[in-house]
Design a protein around this ligand. Structure first.
Ligand code: ADP
Ligand code: MG
Length: 927
């Protein structure tokens, strides 16, 4: 056998093919010209970034411009228009043909622009939600975007991190990753730093490598990047795993359906008009063209573009309110949410924990007064009876204290609070860490609700640690555990009193339990600390075993004030028919106290704990979730059961989460909501990410979701009622021997103004005053519910009849049957212009479903106002500009015709307002 030759790892493309798993970590670092402590220098990193390019998987399969164009061109609506154009051409009407084709082009362009913009907006949002990485550069930890990673970068990994490049593990503290995306193995894989022999062993067996596309599910560690971008293992199979599905939203699918139904109706009516016209012996060519124009009139051409526009705009507005949308359909689903399940800590509360009470067998202190009177910088004298508790709280702790005095600390707020309170008493975490170095740990886990660290105990040391040393009875190691007090005391068999370990009997434990309950009932989070001596360092797999036969050290109770804006948001939810539910790992009494404070629950509300849930059958749980406002001491798995039970009751559920274990519940919920501060795994499973972790942001996103829904319904109401009117105007008069009141080209032009310009203006409408005071739209709720169907019918009918009457009067004035071609053109122009006026006023009135136009005003929506102005100018141009008169067959109108047109338009406005008045009465009766 030849000795394995030492492979070089040149820092050039292609080098990742070499098996860095076979090498010592040191050698990998050397060949990568990297440093396992200081990381790369910023300069070197930029040089490598230039050489290797950004760490990205090339997007393939996103729809190209050509595909988007084709989708638009091939829609039923456009095909009907094209057919109309062909008919017009066949009949020798070049102007109509050109006009129709111009409109086809306009709508296609409009559709393509909106689709393209929406696609780009979503791509931009995706970039925003791309994971960040904690790398070390120039010896300092920095948060960088995963795109900026280069080979040789030193990266720190922690539970929940997404791994964004292929890396060689340098250090592993119980590091475990999930590699299902890459290898199909669903069990987490243990990672180590030692070299592994065998050049071509399977990816899954290279346990000292971590791969792009996988994630850390447990522990922490560090690693050096060996391959980025398309050169990662993930990059190689990128084509296989890219999710290219172009998701249509529920609304999009339903509106597609609606458009098809309308197209069918359009063709039916057109056929009837054509046949009756023929039977009456009308001019065949004109009847054919009229029939086709009718079909065009009925179909809401603008609907797809307006919908895409509104959705993309909704996503953008949500981002403005700190909710990052990861999937477009979430925008509208948010509008239908009926239950919001929210974490407590950090979402409903500020997550600014402050320890206000300490309790040990030898001393009880309440710091509330001291803190209030002497402020947050207060320093206190150490009482020896408190020292073991404080030291354990600061040692069994991953927060990073501020160098200047340690009265602030970065990291988990619960842990920061413990570091700070120890520092108040003169026990600096940095000094403690130096005196008692940590040698092993079991990380915090929200299912166990505790964590443990193991430390070396030096033979001598500061006097303040005398108490801790008493705990070990001379053994070389001490293990310290801190966690939820109510369960941790069950693991304690003794307690530390006056430097002696005394047994803890059941009466003693009962007394502790009462003390914990008293503290928790006030809304405080209570942690206990405990410890024990260890003769030997436990095996890695047996670490959790040290959490037994513990010696109780004391309790630390901390307050976490509610977020000031949360109370209002809870109020808003309730008014909006949405039930807020608190789900927390905290103690039931703490949870209920905060929930009561926020108005989410009564002071004596029923609280279910994880243990209660474990005893419930799905059926019983289904009943329970109908009213229980607070779930406490739950583990992430319970969240999944709660979501399922709520959904079985027909609820549309938004659920928050931040941890790795929350991912299944986030996926299951209709809207998974990840915390911006949460793990990458949670974010990936979620539909939206809260950039500020704030409950109020969920409520704001729901409001924007409702606005999207409202604006789409607004457009449907406006467009279809108008189209119904137009159908009547065209189809009815011939039955009474009147001439055609609207030339085909006029209908098309009117549709362009209505569906194109005014529709877009409607899409940007802001929330109405009562948007959050009505019940949510069920996802299955008809587009025509809540008075929209009636509106379309009544307003469409009045519009049609009004215009026909106007046309009849104009025809009589022009001489009736003697009107001649010029007279008939004047009649048509009169109706055409009155219709435009009416549509403009109707658009302004549609700004609200219920509030009168004199209350909403017209200035609130600048785009709509601009579109109304533009439409008016275009209409006047078509009527008064001679070249356009030629094309559209219009005649200039005199003051009488204009005044008559305005009068009919105002009449329409009054009908619209009367309908709103009726809605207001109905809703006040219904409420
Ligand atoms: P929440 O839903 O309020 O965020 P967690 O799952 O974070 O709840 O925490 C559940 C319980 O675990 C807390 O009530 C607390 O007692 C305990 N706990 C929280 N953080 C830590 C920590 N860093 N170390 C030990 N115990 C903790
Ligand atoms: Mg938490």
């Amino acid at each position: 056998m030849t000795a394995p030759k030492r492979p070089a790892i040149p820092v050039t493309p292609g080098w990742s093919e070499l098996a860095s798993h076979e090498l010592e970590a040191r050698v990998v670092l050397e060949t990568l010209e990297a440093d396992g402590r200081l990381g790369l220098s910023g300069e070197e990193a930029s040089r490598r970034l230039a050489e290797h390019g950004p760490n990205e998987i090339e997007e393939r399969g996103g729809r190209t411009l050509a595909q988007i164009v084709w989708e638009q061109v091939s829609s039923v609506l456009i095909l009907i228009l094209v057919f109309a154009g062909i008919v017009a051409a066949a009949l020798g009407r070049p102007y109509d043909t050109v006009a129709i084709l111009a409109i086809v082009v306009l709508f296609v362009v409009l559709g393509v622009v909106q689709e393209y913009r929406a696609q780009r907006a979503i791509a931009a949002l995706k970039k925003l939600s791309a994971p960040t990485v904690r790398a070390v550069r120039d010896g300092r930890p920095v948060e960088i975007s995963a795109r900026e990673l280069v080979p040789g970068d030193l990266v720190q990994l922690e539970t929940g991190s997404t791994i964004s490049a292929d890396m060689r593990v340098l250090e592993s503290v119980n590091l475990r990753t999930r590699e299902a995306a890459l290898t199909g193995e669903s069990e987490p894989v243990d990672k180590t730093a030692a070299p592994i022999a065998g050049a071509d062993i399977a990816l899954g067996d290279r346990t000292n490598m971590v791969y792009s596309g996988t994630s850390v599910v447990f522990g922490r560690g560090s690693a050096v990047v060996t391959a980025t971008g398309m050169r990662t293992e993930l990059g190689r199979i990128a084509e296989l795993i890219q999710d290219v599905r172009h998701e249509k939203t529920l609304l999009q699918r339903r509106l597609d359906g609606l458009a098809k139904v309308l197209a069918g109706i359009a063709l039916g009516i057109a056929a009837v008009v054509f046949v009756t016209g023929l039977a009456r012996g009308d001019d065949t060519a004109l009847m054919l063209l009229t029939a086709v124009s009718l079909a065009v009139a009925i179909v809401p051409e603008g609907l797809p573009a307006v919908l895409t526009f509104t959705l993309a705009l909704g996503a953008q507005r949500m981002l403005g309110r700190k909710a990052l949308i990861r999937r477009l359909p979430a925008v509208e689903t948010l509008g239908s949410v009926t239950v919001i399940c929210s974490d407590k800590t950090g979402t409903l509360t500020q997550n600014r924990m402050t320890v206000t009470a300490l309790s040990t067998p030898g001393a009880d202190v309440d710091l509330t007064e001291v803190l209030r009177e002497r402020g947050p910088d207060v320093r206190l004298d150490l009482d020896n009876a408190l020292a073991p508790l404080l030291a354990a709280g600061a040692l069994c702790n991953d927060a990073i204290p501020d160098p200047g005095g340690e009265l602030e600390a970065a990291g988990d707020p619960t842990e920061a609070a413990l570091v700070v309170v120890a520092a108040r008493y003169g026990l600096a975490k940095s000094a403690l860490d130096a005196a008692l170095p940590r040698v092993a740990e079991v990380p915090f886990d929200s299912a166990r609700k505790r964590m443990t660290t193991v430390h070396e105990v030096p033979p001598d040391g500061p006097a303040t640690l005398q108490g801790l040393r008493a705990l070990t009875g001379g053994s070389p190691y001490v293990s310290l555990t801190k966690g939820a007090a109510d369960t941790l005391i069950d693991l304690c068999v003794a307690s530390l009193q006056d430097g002696r370990v005394v047994p803890l009997d059941s009466a003693g434990r009962e007394a502790l339990r009462r003390e914990i309950e008293a503290l928790t009932a006030g809304g405080m989070r209570v942690l206990a600390a405990a410890g024990r001596g260890l003769e030997t360092l436990p095996e890695k797999d047996a670490l959790e075993d040290v959490e037994r036969d513990l010696v109780y050290l004391g309790l630390a109770a901390m307050v976490d004030p509610p977020r000031p804006e949360a109370r209002d948001s809870v109020e808003t939810c309730k008014a909006a028919g949405i039930r807020p539910v608190m789900i927390t790992g905290d103690h039931p009494l703490t949870a209920r106290a905060i929930a009561a404070d926020l108005g989410m629950a009564d002071a004596d509300a029923r609280v279910l704990t994880g243990r209660d849930l474990d005893r419930m059958s799905p059926e019983v749980l289904r009943e329970a979730v109908r009213e229980v406002p607070v779930f406490a001491r739950v583990s992430p798995e319970h969240k999944l059961r709660i979501v399922e039970a709520l959904q079985a009751n027909g609820e549309v559920v938004a659920m928050t989460g931040d941890g790795v274990n929350d991912a299944p519940a986030l996926k299951k919920a209709n809207i998974g909501v990840a915390m911006g501060s949460g793990t990458d795994v949670a974010k990936e499973a979620a539909e939206i990410v809260l950039l500020d972790d704030n409950f109020a942001t969920i409520v704001a996103a729901v409001e924007e979701g409702r606005v999207v829904y409202d604006n789409v319904r607004r457009f449907v109401q406006f467009s279809i009622s108008g189209n119904l009117g137009k159908v009547l105007i065209v189809a009815v008069p011939p039955l009474f021997g009147l001439p055609l009141l609207l030339a085909p080209i006029m209908i098309l032009f009117s549709n362009l103004l209505t569906d194109g310009l005014l529709g877009l203006g409607m899409g940007v409408e802001r929330a109405e005053r009562n948007t959050m005071r009505r019940s949510p739209y069920a996802p299955s709720e008809s587009m025509f519910s809540r008075g929209i169907g009636r509106h379309i019918f009544v307003v469409g009918l009045v519009l049609g009849v009004g215009m026909i009457l106007l046309g009849w009067l104009a025809w009589r004035a022009a001489g009736g049957d003697l009107a001649g071609v010029a007279g008939e053109a004047l009649v048509a122009t009169t109706v055409f212009t009155a219709l435009a006026f009416a549509q403009l006023l109707r658009a302004l009135s549609t700004r609200s479903f219920t509030a009168p136009i004199w209350r909403t005003g017209v200035r609130g929506n600048r785009l709509l106002l601009a579109m109304v102005g533009l439409a008016l100018l275009l209409q006047l141009a078509v009527v008064y500009a001679p070249p356009l008169q030629e094309v559209f067959g219009t005649r200039p109108l005199g003051p009488v015709e204009i005044v008559a047109g305005v009068a009919v338009a105002v009449l329409m406005l009054l009908v619209m307002e009367a309908d709103k008045g009726l809605r207001r009465r109905e809703s006040s009766l219904g409420a």
